[in-house]
Design a protein around this ligand. Structure first.
Ligand code: PLP
Length: 399
């Protein structure tokens, strides 16, 4: 018997499977609204000008590629702290945040998950229902039992906030709660700051461990606005985790640029936590890669480049909002009479459209419009050329 005879075929990643189906579709008017990637109005993945400028600067003074420290480029970690917590925040000034460079937001989550598993092996993890597909898989693979708290309210096209709060209040102390800091994936529905205040209070009272996933800072309302929830957790005096991703906000998907930050109670604890995060990294992939983080550190710490980034990020945010408005208009023009205000209430790249599995399948087979079976479509892949056809297709499957 061969060594691998007993290996079972793993299920295909649903979204990547959708991509393969899309690529094989001969329809010349096909549109891919499945993946979570921002495309510009020409349907192209942008290379931000601030990124190109930072790379030109780096190329002009080429550096040898030694190993980075286990926790990454110091200037990068510092820039992440400035962006997420504010360079002048008490926690940063008092050295109460351990930040490590990570392989994208996913890497930040995984380093945090592995550290938490060592810290409290019997803790459970709660994720939102529904959540980003990989949350459940990632925490399960780190050894945790993963359960959900209510989130999406299909009937009211919004958040089942009472259910969410009740689940948090009922969770045993030490439970790890994964929260989407902004631009909830997949629903697009975010908590208001008053609701966040109640969540912070519930988490504090129940003694839960908050893990904020911030994969879209700047894609919702703005950099500061999307990061406001962090200040609410800080104000409550909690210890918590934040994973950061620059995949979307810098359009640096393939460079794998992210971070994990852990807010601790004292500087002494922070040093110890950092030492443990380094063990997790060292025993997984030793140390992180150089290029992407150097680009982000250069942009964030060079005032002119940073201003350019903020403008370009703002441009992406505004275009997404315009596409939401245009989608509503085009759907109305195509004869849809129901209340579509939910589309513009949602934030970030995605819209939970409320379409059924059958309707999503018809969109694909009859119109070449590819979204996820859950009804999730990526608004950031709509543009002035494809929006009419997408709206007409949606209107057709709704009739
Ligand atoms: N968290 C959420 C909620 C996401 O939507 C994503 C990416 O789609 C990530 C984390 C992972 O980001 P990265 O590609 O930087 O690993």
């Amino acid at each position: 018997m061969s060594l691998f005879a007993a290996v079972a075929m793993a299920p295909r990643d649903p979204i990547l499977g959708l991509n393969e189906q899309f690529n094989a579709d001969p329809n010349p008017n096909k549109v891919n609204l499945g993946v979570g990637v921002y495309y510009d109005d020409n349907g192209k993945l942008p290379l931000l000008a601030c990124v190109a400028a930072a790379e030109a600067q780096m190329l002009a003074a080429p550096k040898a590629r030694g190993y980075l420290p286990i926790d990454g480029i110091a200037a990068y970690d510092q820039a992440v702290q400035g962006l997420v917590f504010g360079a002048d925040s008490d926690v940063v000034k008092n050295k109460r945040v351990a930040t490590v460079q990570a392989l994208g937001g996913t890497g930040g989550l995984k380093v945090g998950a592995d550290f938490l598993k060592r810290l409290n092996p019997s803790a459970k993890v709660l994720i939102s229902d529904p959540s980003w597909e990989n949350h459940r898989a990632l925490f399960t693979n780190a050894g945790f039992t993963v359960e959900t708290y209510p989130y999406y309210d299909a009937a009211n096209r919004g958040i089942h906030f009472d259910g969410m709060l009740a689940a948090l209040k009922a969770a045993p102390a030490g439970t790890i709660v994964v929260l989407h800091a902004c631009c909830h994936n997949p629903t697009g529905y975010d908590l208001t700051s008053a609701q966040w205040e109640q969540v912070v209070e519930a988490v504090k009272t129940a003694g839960l461990v908050p893990f904020l996933d911030m994969a879209y800072q700047g894609f919702g309302e703005g950099i500061a606005e999307d990061g406001a929830v962090i200040r609410q957790f800080l104000a409550a005096g909690l210890d918590f985790f934040v994973s950061t991703s620059f995949s979307k906000s810098f359009s640096l998907y393939g460079e794998r640029v992210g971070a994990l930050s852990v807010v601790c109670s004292t500087a002494e604890e922070t040093t110890k936590v950092l030492s443990q995060l380094k063990i997790v990294i060292r025993t997984n992939y030793s140390n992180p890669p150089t290029h992407g983080a150097q680009v982000v550190a250069t942009v964030l710490s060079t005032p002119a480049l940073r201003a350019q980034w903020e403008e370009e990020l703002g441009g992406m945010r505004v275009r997404i909002r315009q596409m939401r408005e245009a989608l509503v208009q085009e759907l109305k023009a195509a004869g849809i009479t129901e209340d579509l205000s939910f589309v513009t209430r949602q934030k970030g790249m995605f819209s939970y459209s409320g379409l059924s599995v059958e309707q999503m399948q018809r969109l694909r087979s009859e119109f070449g419009v590819y979204g996820v079976d859950s009804g999730r479509i990526c608004v950031a892949a709509l543009n002035s050329k494809n929006i009419k056809a997408v709206a007409a297709a949606i209107a057709a499957v709704k009739k």
